[in-house]
Design a protein around this ligand. Sequence first.
Ligand code: SAM
Ligand code: SF4
Length: 319
Amino acid sequence: MTDRCNFRCRYCMPREVFGPDHAFLKRAALLSFEELTRVAGIFIGLGVRKIRITGGEPMLRSGLETLVETIARLEGLEDLSLTTNGSLLTLSRARALRRAGLRRLTVSLDALDDTTFRAMNDVDFPVAAVLEGIEAASAAGFAPAKINMVVRRGFNEHQVVPMADHFRGTGHILRFVEYMDVGATNGWRPEDVVPARDIVERIGREWPLEPVDPNYPGEVAKRFRYRDGAGEVGLIASVTQPFCGGCTRARLSAEGSVYTCLFASRGCDLRSALRAGATDEALVARIDSLWRRRDDRYSELRSRVRPGAAKIEMSYIGG
Ligand code: SAM
Ligand code: SF4
């Protein structure tokens, strides 16, 4: 939706890089709602069944609910979801998104205490307001919601058990995300990653867990359930247990480039073709050939990739 955000999570948009002088995309560079709807329709025609709206912070883009309504009506689409930092998720917006046809919501939350939350996102925003956003999502019918927690060694790892405790028994599904080397600005080091295996162990010591089968082939989160019946958690272990082989995702940047990998350095520009009057057939051919040539498996090759290699920022192509 946008490469802009009202947070400055250090693992995504460090303030030193994404400061007041940062050149964000200009309005005219963003795909319009008409262009987005057309591209979505073309992807659905090629077999896409699920669309996730993200960013940057997608709820900053004005008129979002209108776009959701149009995309939700596209024939052949089976799932439409949104990932947000929850800062703008009031009850009325949650209801409007639900009415517009959004099916699922993921809210990111890295800690339950304000000091740790701030150390992660580098803004002054109360945890309580994000928790209210999650409650608003539930009240609007997005239950269960998913909660994403990026776990970073030395920053918020002590919050793993309190977060599990908080969301156990609520029906919401807490997902622990390994800190990834997306982009080139977050200064990622392998030692900053808390492996999913350790996270499962830490939680399991408090409340025994057992693995659950994936909901569908290619599901990125490994699922575990509490043996006492208090629900489930997910682990996104893209660093320590890469899932490139099962990845079927394409990402569309806010300015209309398609990326076949979260760690790609280059995308395929659709906007020029769209604005030059390309036919649907021409756009289909372009995407089709991109997809057939795709051989991305960055996470599997990570240790062999030259450090400092150019990679697109996650705020630009969405997480
Ligand atoms: N602003 C929205 C949000 O934070 O939910 C949507 C965009 S954000 C890029 C999508 C997801 O990517 C969030 O759950 C965020 O925590 C996650 N993310 C961002 N940078 C990451 C990193 N370096 N490693 C792992 N996850 C990351
Ligand atoms: Fe913004 Fe989401 Fe990136 Fe945090 S993770 S800076 S909330 S886009």
